[in-house]
Design a binder for this molecule. Sequence first.
Ligand code: KIV
Length: 271
Amino acid sequence: MEAVLSRKKTILEIQNMKTSGEKISALTCYDFPTACILDDCGVDIILVGDSVGVVFSGYENTLPVTMDEILYHTKAVLRARPNALVVADLPFLSYQVSLQEARLNCGRLVKEGGAEAVKLEGGENIAEIIRTVVNMDIPVMAHIGLTPQSIHRMGGYRVQGKREPEAEKLIADAFAVQEAGAFAVVLEGIPLKLARKISSELSIPTIGIGAGPYCDGQILVIHDILGLCDKYSPKFVKKYADVKSLISAAVSQYSQEVKAGEFPGEEHSFA
Ligand code: KIV
């Protein structure tokens, strides 16, 4: 009998990509059809990010996102049976209150949602939480720099680590999450030279967003690259398509045709 070869990406393969110098491509995704498309395109990591709250649910920021929302979207993505590694984001207040709650919520994303890893925002301050979750055999992706759940502390979405003491703190954060057992770390909104230094000194892969070209991989929000949500347009985003215009054109044409009695025709009807 022929062996069935699984093409499923594992955290080991993601880590090996750093060693071999192959760049890691990651995107956010929150629904079944998009997950099917992303996977057909060979994306390495799908993140069910709490950015879902902003680009899908229309919240001002990611703070209101709940465990139930992340679980719902994680399940939808997993129904596409992606080969990509699926990472689910821990929403604000689901891991900071106690180690017990952090363990329970990370476990729920794996057990109920089907996620293969979880992502948590924070550096030295959450190292103990990362260690605890990794000890449950749940792979953790860390996230440092511009961490959107800390919007009020940062005073907005500002580039982090521009000055020396801040940069030193970010380097300490990067080593703290690696030491705690994270298998990879997202570097968001930091200067490219700092991202290059962290990427070259860490043994785990760095996944950049607004952190320049020298990270081991890149992640962006799917709505941003498709031009689906023009609420914010950060400098680091490259818009690869204008899907909003495509949808507008299709919906306008449909509406006009319905009003003009041109749709449906007999070819769209039953005899
Ligand atoms: O929630 C999210 O989409 C993220 C990525 C952009 C890193 O955290």
